[in-house]
Design a protein around this ligand. Sequence first.
Ligand code: URA
Length: 363
Amino acid sequence: MTRIFISYRRQDSEGHVGRLYDHLLKHFRAEDIFMDVASIEPGADFVDALERAVTACDVCLAVIGAQWATLTDGAGERRLHQWNDFVRIEIASALRANKRVIPLLVGGAKMPHPADLPEDVAGIARRQAVELTHARFTQDVEQIVAVIRANLSERPIKPKADAAQVRQKAAQIKALQADLLNAVASPLYAHRVANKLFPVLGDGSPDAGIVFIGEAPGKYEAAEGRVFVGPSGEVLNELLAEIGLKRDSVFITNLLLDHPPESRDPTPEEIAFYAPYVDRLLAVIEPKVIVPLGRFAVQYLVKKLDLPEKRGRIGDLHGRVLAARMPHGEIHIVPMYHPAVALYQSSQRAVLKKDFEQLRAFV
Ligand code: URA
Protein backbone atom coordinates (compact mmCIF):
# COMPACT_ATOMS: atom_id res chain seq x y z
CA MET A 1 0.00 0.00 0.00
CA THR A 2 1.56 3.31 -1.05
CA ARG A 3 1.67 6.20 1.40
CA ILE A 4 3.47 8.90 -0.55
CA PHE A 5 2.23 9.95 -3.98
CA ILE A 6 4.63 11.86 -6.22
CA SER A 7 2.78 13.85 -8.86
CA TYR A 8 4.95 15.37 -11.60
CA ARG A 9 5.29 16.16 -15.26
CA ARG A 10 8.01 14.19 -16.97
CA GLN A 11 8.70 17.09 -19.33
CA ASP A 12 9.68 19.58 -16.66
CA SER A 13 10.83 17.67 -13.61
CA GLU A 14 11.83 14.07 -14.36
CA GLY A 15 15.48 14.53 -13.31
CA HIS A 16 14.52 16.22 -10.03
CA VAL A 17 11.96 13.53 -9.30
CA GLY A 18 14.52 10.75 -9.83
CA ARG A 19 16.83 12.39 -7.33
CA LEU A 20 13.98 12.98 -4.89
CA TYR A 21 12.86 9.35 -5.18
CA ASP A 22 16.38 8.03 -4.51
CA HIS A 23 16.59 10.21 -1.43
CA LEU A 24 13.16 9.16 -0.14
CA LEU A 25 14.23 5.52 -0.48
CA LYS A 26 16.71 6.12 2.33
CA HIS A 27 13.76 6.75 4.64
CA PHE A 28 10.81 4.84 3.19
CA ARG A 29 10.24 1.53 1.45
CA ALA A 30 9.82 1.48 -2.34
CA GLU A 31 6.30 0.12 -1.90
CA ASP A 32 5.40 3.19 0.18
CA ILE A 33 6.02 5.50 -2.76
CA PHE A 34 3.78 5.82 -5.83
CA MET A 35 5.54 7.61 -8.61
CA ASP A 36 4.50 6.26 -11.95
CA VAL A 37 1.16 5.57 -13.47
CA ALA A 38 2.51 2.68 -15.55
CA SER A 39 0.71 0.32 -13.20
CA ILE A 40 -2.73 1.31 -14.53
CA GLU A 41 -4.05 -1.73 -16.38
CA PRO A 42 -5.06 -1.48 -20.04
CA GLY A 43 -8.79 -0.80 -20.25
CA ALA A 44 -9.02 0.48 -16.67
CA ASP A 45 -10.67 3.86 -16.04
CA PHE A 46 -7.51 5.93 -15.48
CA VAL A 47 -9.34 8.80 -13.76
CA ASP A 48 -10.74 6.32 -11.31
CA ALA A 49 -7.39 4.52 -10.90
CA LEU A 50 -5.53 7.78 -10.25
CA GLU A 51 -8.14 9.02 -7.80
CA ARG A 52 -7.97 5.77 -5.86
CA ALA A 53 -4.16 5.80 -5.78
CA VAL A 54 -4.07 9.40 -4.56
CA THR A 55 -6.74 8.98 -1.93
CA ALA A 56 -5.02 5.88 -0.53
CA CYS A 57 -1.90 7.96 0.17
CA ASP A 58 -1.22 10.11 3.22
CA VAL A 59 0.92 12.71 1.48
CA CYS A 60 0.96 14.02 -2.09
CA LEU A 61 4.22 15.60 -3.25
CA ALA A 62 3.36 17.89 -6.16
CA VAL A 63 6.58 18.50 -8.03
CA ILE A 64 6.24 21.76 -9.94
CA GLY A 65 8.75 22.59 -12.64
CA ALA A 66 8.91 25.67 -14.84
CA GLN A 67 6.39 24.27 -17.36
CA TRP A 68 4.02 22.63 -14.91
CA ALA A 69 1.14 25.02 -15.56
CA THR A 70 2.02 26.21 -19.04
CA LEU A 71 2.95 23.10 -21.02
CA THR A 72 0.74 22.78 -24.10
CA ASP A 73 -0.32 19.88 -26.32
CA GLY A 74 0.07 19.73 -30.14
CA ALA A 75 -3.00 21.95 -30.57
CA GLY A 76 -1.55 24.64 -28.32
CA GLU A 77 -3.97 23.86 -25.47
CA ARG A 78 -2.62 24.03 -21.95
CA ARG A 79 -2.33 20.48 -20.56
CA LEU A 80 -3.30 21.49 -17.05
CA HIS A 81 -6.60 22.87 -18.33
CA GLN A 82 -7.65 19.62 -19.97
CA TRP A 83 -10.00 17.27 -18.15
CA ASN A 84 -7.78 14.24 -18.82
CA ASP A 85 -4.44 15.70 -17.73
CA PHE A 86 -2.92 13.23 -15.24
CA VAL A 87 -1.37 15.98 -13.12
CA ARG A 88 -4.68 17.83 -12.90
CA ILE A 89 -6.53 14.65 -11.90
CA GLU A 90 -3.93 13.84 -9.24
CA ILE A 91 -3.81 17.28 -7.65
CA ALA A 92 -7.57 17.80 -7.83
CA SER A 93 -8.16 14.38 -6.20
CA ALA A 94 -5.62 15.05 -3.46
CA LEU A 95 -7.12 18.46 -2.67
CA ARG A 96 -10.66 17.09 -2.72
CA ALA A 97 -9.66 14.30 -0.33
CA ASN A 98 -8.03 16.90 1.91
CA LYS A 99 -4.62 15.21 1.70
CA ARG A 100 -1.46 16.93 2.81
CA VAL A 101 -0.33 18.31 -0.57
CA ILE A 102 3.21 19.68 -0.54
CA PRO A 103 4.18 21.71 -3.60
CA LEU A 104 7.86 21.18 -4.40
CA LEU A 105 9.25 23.87 -6.67
CA VAL A 106 12.12 22.69 -8.87
CA GLY A 107 14.28 24.17 -11.62
CA GLY A 108 13.60 27.72 -10.46
CA ALA A 109 9.80 27.37 -10.89
CA LYS A 110 7.50 29.77 -9.05
CA MET A 111 4.13 28.90 -7.61
CA PRO A 112 1.51 29.71 -10.30
CA HIS A 113 -1.14 32.29 -9.50
CA PRO A 114 -4.55 30.75 -8.63
CA ALA A 115 -6.16 32.74 -11.44
CA ASP A 116 -3.98 30.84 -13.93
CA LEU A 117 -5.10 27.46 -12.64
CA PRO A 118 -8.26 25.45 -13.28
CA GLU A 119 -10.67 25.78 -10.37
CA ASP A 120 -10.21 22.23 -9.08
CA VAL A 121 -6.44 22.67 -8.63
CA ALA A 122 -6.36 26.35 -7.70
CA GLY A 123 -6.19 25.39 -4.00
CA ILE A 124 -2.60 24.22 -4.45
CA ALA A 125 -1.50 27.86 -4.66
CA ARG A 126 -2.46 28.25 -0.98
CA ARG A 127 -0.32 25.32 0.18
CA GLN A 128 3.04 26.24 1.66
CA ALA A 129 5.67 25.26 -0.92
CA VAL A 130 9.24 24.05 -0.48
CA GLU A 131 11.87 24.94 -3.02
CA LEU A 132 14.19 22.08 -3.97
CA THR A 133 17.51 23.55 -5.01
CA HIS A 134 20.53 21.68 -6.33
CA ALA A 135 22.81 23.30 -3.79
CA ARG A 136 20.70 22.40 -0.74
CA PHE A 137 18.96 19.34 -2.10
CA THR A 138 19.66 17.05 0.85
CA GLN A 139 18.60 19.60 3.48
CA ASP A 140 15.50 20.55 1.50
CA VAL A 141 14.43 16.91 1.15
CA GLU A 142 15.18 16.17 4.82
CA GLN A 143 12.75 18.95 5.70
CA ILE A 144 10.10 17.25 3.57
CA VAL A 145 10.88 13.84 5.07
CA ALA A 146 10.09 15.21 8.52
CA VAL A 147 6.74 16.57 7.30
CA ILE A 148 5.91 13.29 5.57
CA ARG A 149 6.65 11.35 8.75
CA ALA A 150 4.43 13.60 10.81
CA ASN A 151 1.57 13.01 8.36
CA LEU A 152 1.79 9.27 7.83
CA SER A 153 -1.19 7.48 9.29
CA GLU A 154 -0.57 4.39 11.36
CA ARG A 155 -0.61 1.27 9.25
CA PRO A 156 -0.34 -1.97 11.18
CA ILE A 157 2.47 -4.00 9.63
CA LYS A 158 0.48 -7.14 10.09
CA PRO A 159 -3.23 -7.82 10.50
CA LYS A 160 -4.21 -7.52 14.15
CA ALA A 161 -4.87 -10.86 15.82
CA ASP A 162 -8.24 -11.03 17.61
CA ALA A 163 -8.43 -11.15 21.41
CA ALA A 164 -8.70 -14.96 21.52
CA GLN A 165 -5.64 -15.37 19.30
CA VAL A 166 -3.64 -12.95 21.44
CA ARG A 167 -4.65 -14.88 24.57
CA GLN A 168 -3.54 -18.11 22.93
CA LYS A 169 -0.19 -16.60 21.94
CA ALA A 170 0.30 -15.29 25.49
CA ALA A 171 -0.45 -18.79 26.87
CA GLN A 172 2.09 -20.35 24.48
CA ILE A 173 4.72 -17.86 25.59
CA LYS A 174 3.93 -18.66 29.23
CA ALA A 175 4.43 -22.38 28.48
CA LEU A 176 7.75 -21.56 26.85
CA GLN A 177 8.74 -19.61 29.95
CA ALA A 178 7.92 -22.64 32.12
CA ASP A 179 10.03 -24.90 29.88
CA LEU A 180 12.90 -22.45 30.11
CA LEU A 181 12.67 -22.37 33.88
CA ASN A 182 13.07 -26.18 33.89
CA ALA A 183 15.84 -26.25 31.26
CA VAL A 184 18.14 -28.39 33.44
CA ALA A 185 20.04 -29.60 30.34
CA SER A 186 21.18 -26.04 29.56
CA PRO A 187 24.94 -25.50 29.64
CA LEU A 188 24.17 -22.40 31.74
CA TYR A 189 21.69 -24.00 34.17
CA ALA A 190 24.26 -24.75 36.88
CA HIS A 191 25.58 -21.17 36.71
CA ARG A 192 22.01 -19.84 36.93
CA VAL A 193 21.22 -21.88 40.05
CA ALA A 194 24.56 -21.35 41.78
CA ASN A 195 24.23 -17.57 41.39
CA LYS A 196 20.50 -17.37 42.13
CA LEU A 197 19.85 -15.90 38.68
CA PHE A 198 16.70 -15.96 36.56
CA PRO A 199 16.36 -17.06 32.95
CA VAL A 200 15.13 -14.26 30.70
CA LEU A 201 12.74 -15.18 27.91
CA GLY A 202 11.96 -11.55 27.09
CA ASP A 203 8.82 -9.51 27.07
CA GLY A 204 6.49 -7.38 25.02
CA SER A 205 3.44 -7.95 22.86
CA PRO A 206 2.70 -11.65 22.10
CA ASP A 207 1.46 -10.47 18.69
CA ALA A 208 4.25 -7.96 17.98
CA GLY A 209 5.00 -6.95 14.39
CA ILE A 210 8.64 -6.34 15.32
CA VAL A 211 10.86 -8.64 17.42
CA PHE A 212 14.31 -7.58 18.66
CA ILE A 213 16.87 -10.28 19.45
CA GLY A 214 19.81 -9.26 21.63
CA GLU A 215 22.78 -11.38 22.64
CA ALA A 216 22.24 -12.65 26.17
CA PRO A 217 20.86 -11.31 29.46
CA GLY A 218 23.44 -9.27 31.37
CA LYS A 219 23.82 -9.39 35.16
CA TYR A 220 21.05 -6.82 35.72
CA GLU A 221 18.63 -8.73 33.53
CA ALA A 222 19.44 -12.11 35.11
CA ALA A 223 19.03 -10.66 38.61
CA GLU A 224 15.49 -9.53 37.76
CA GLY A 225 14.48 -12.02 35.06
CA ARG A 226 13.67 -9.10 32.71
CA VAL A 227 15.15 -8.26 29.37
CA PHE A 228 17.28 -5.16 28.63
CA VAL A 229 16.83 -3.42 31.99
CA GLY A 230 20.51 -2.47 32.52
CA PRO A 231 22.65 0.18 30.79
CA SER A 232 22.21 -1.42 27.33
CA GLY A 233 18.48 -1.33 27.99
CA GLU A 234 18.67 2.40 28.58
CA VAL A 235 20.30 2.87 25.17
CA LEU A 236 17.71 0.61 23.57
CA ASN A 237 14.86 2.54 25.23
CA GLU A 238 16.22 5.81 23.87
CA LEU A 239 16.58 4.41 20.35
CA LEU A 240 13.02 3.07 20.43
CA ALA A 241 11.62 6.33 21.78
CA GLU A 242 13.35 8.33 19.04
CA ILE A 243 11.44 6.46 16.36
CA GLY A 244 8.18 6.42 18.31
CA LEU A 245 8.19 2.69 19.11
CA LYS A 246 6.78 1.66 22.47
CA ARG A 247 8.46 -1.25 24.24
CA ASP A 248 5.15 -2.95 24.89
CA SER A 249 4.22 -2.86 21.20
CA VAL A 250 7.30 -4.90 20.18
CA PHE A 251 8.81 -8.08 21.65
CA ILE A 252 12.38 -8.11 22.95
CA THR A 253 14.31 -11.30 23.55
CA ASN A 254 17.88 -12.63 23.32
CA LEU A 255 19.80 -15.34 21.51
CA LEU A 256 20.83 -16.87 24.87
CA LEU A 257 18.17 -16.92 27.54
CA ASP A 258 20.52 -17.27 30.53
CA HIS A 259 23.35 -15.04 31.64
CA PRO A 260 26.79 -16.36 30.60
CA PRO A 261 29.49 -16.08 33.33
CA GLU A 262 31.36 -12.74 33.23
CA SER A 263 29.11 -11.70 30.33
CA ARG A 264 31.47 -13.51 27.95
CA ASP A 265 30.57 -14.24 24.32
CA PRO A 266 28.01 -17.00 23.72
CA THR A 267 29.52 -20.38 22.82
CA PRO A 268 28.26 -22.42 19.83
CA GLU A 269 26.96 -25.02 22.30
CA GLU A 270 24.93 -22.40 24.19
CA ILE A 271 23.54 -20.92 20.98
CA ALA A 272 22.54 -24.42 19.82
CA PHE A 273 20.76 -25.02 23.13
CA TYR A 274 18.72 -21.80 23.24
CA ALA A 275 18.02 -21.34 19.51
CA PRO A 276 15.02 -23.71 19.53
CA TYR A 277 13.42 -21.57 22.28
CA VAL A 278 13.92 -18.44 20.20
CA ASP A 279 12.56 -20.24 17.14
CA ARG A 280 9.46 -21.29 19.11
CA LEU A 281 8.99 -17.73 20.27
CA LEU A 282 9.16 -16.45 16.67
CA ALA A 283 6.72 -19.13 15.53
CA VAL A 284 4.22 -17.96 18.17
CA ILE A 285 4.61 -14.21 17.62
CA GLU A 286 4.90 -14.39 13.79
CA PRO A 287 6.63 -11.00 13.41
CA LYS A 288 6.90 -9.17 10.10
CA VAL A 289 10.26 -7.66 11.06
CA ILE A 290 13.11 -9.16 13.09
CA VAL A 291 15.90 -6.95 14.36
CA PRO A 292 18.96 -8.94 15.46
CA LEU A 293 21.15 -6.80 17.72
CA GLY A 294 24.84 -7.59 17.58
CA ARG A 295 26.94 -10.00 15.57
CA PHE A 296 25.82 -13.23 17.27
CA ALA A 297 22.11 -12.66 16.71
CA VAL A 298 22.76 -11.32 13.19
CA GLN A 299 24.85 -14.36 12.23
CA TYR A 300 22.35 -16.75 13.73
CA LEU A 301 19.42 -15.27 11.77
CA VAL A 302 21.03 -14.77 8.36
CA LYS A 303 22.34 -18.35 8.47
CA LYS A 304 19.15 -19.90 9.83
CA LEU A 305 17.07 -18.17 7.12
CA ASP A 306 19.70 -19.02 4.50
CA LEU A 307 19.78 -15.43 3.24
CA PRO A 308 22.05 -14.50 0.32
CA GLU A 309 23.76 -12.22 2.88
CA LYS A 310 24.63 -15.18 5.15
CA ARG A 311 28.36 -14.64 4.70
CA GLY A 312 28.07 -10.90 5.32
CA ARG A 313 29.59 -9.32 8.41
CA ILE A 314 27.67 -7.02 10.70
CA GLY A 315 29.80 -4.09 9.50
CA ASP A 316 28.29 -4.52 6.03
CA LEU A 317 24.80 -5.61 7.02
CA HIS A 318 23.85 -3.15 9.78
CA GLY A 319 21.00 -0.81 8.88
CA ARG A 320 20.02 -2.78 5.77
CA VAL A 321 16.52 -4.15 5.22
CA LEU A 322 16.84 -7.77 4.08
CA ALA A 323 13.98 -9.75 2.58
CA ALA A 324 13.43 -13.19 4.12
CA ARG A 325 10.85 -15.94 4.31
CA MET A 326 9.62 -17.77 7.39
CA PRO A 327 6.91 -20.43 7.63
CA HIS A 328 4.39 -17.69 8.50
CA GLY A 329 5.23 -15.57 5.42
CA GLU A 330 7.49 -12.91 3.92
CA ILE A 331 9.37 -10.87 6.50
CA HIS A 332 12.21 -8.36 6.77
CA ILE A 333 15.42 -8.69 8.75
CA VAL A 334 17.05 -5.42 9.82
CA PRO A 335 20.48 -6.18 11.36
CA MET A 336 21.81 -3.65 13.88
CA TYR A 337 24.84 -3.24 16.09
CA HIS A 338 24.22 -4.14 19.73
CA PRO A 339 23.07 -1.11 21.79
CA ALA A 340 25.99 -1.77 24.20
CA VAL A 341 28.43 -0.43 21.56
CA ALA A 342 27.16 3.07 22.37
CA LEU A 343 28.33 2.56 25.98
CA TYR A 344 31.91 1.82 24.92
CA GLN A 345 32.18 4.12 21.92
CA SER A 346 29.91 7.14 22.03
CA SER A 347 30.32 7.83 18.28
CA GLN A 348 28.48 4.56 17.63
CA ARG A 349 25.27 6.01 19.06
CA ALA A 350 24.82 8.06 15.86
CA VAL A 351 25.27 4.91 13.75
CA LEU A 352 22.68 3.05 15.82
CA LYS A 353 20.33 6.01 15.62
CA LYS A 354 20.61 6.15 11.85
CA ASP A 355 20.07 2.39 11.54
CA PHE A 356 17.01 2.54 13.81
CA GLU A 357 15.54 5.13 11.42
CA GLN A 358 15.02 2.22 9.00
CA LEU A 359 12.40 0.86 11.35
CA ARG A 360 10.22 3.93 10.94
CA ALA A 361 9.00 2.43 7.70
CA PHE A 362 7.44 -0.35 9.77
CA VAL A 363 6.04 1.74 12.60
N1 URA B 1 22.43 -7.28 26.44
C1 URA B 1 21.69 -8.16 25.74
O1 URA B 1 22.07 -8.62 24.68
N2 URA B 1 20.52 -8.49 26.23
C2 URA B 1 20.03 -8.01 27.36
O2 URA B 1 18.91 -8.36 27.73
C3 URA B 1 20.81 -7.08 28.07
C4 URA B 1 22.02 -6.73 27.59
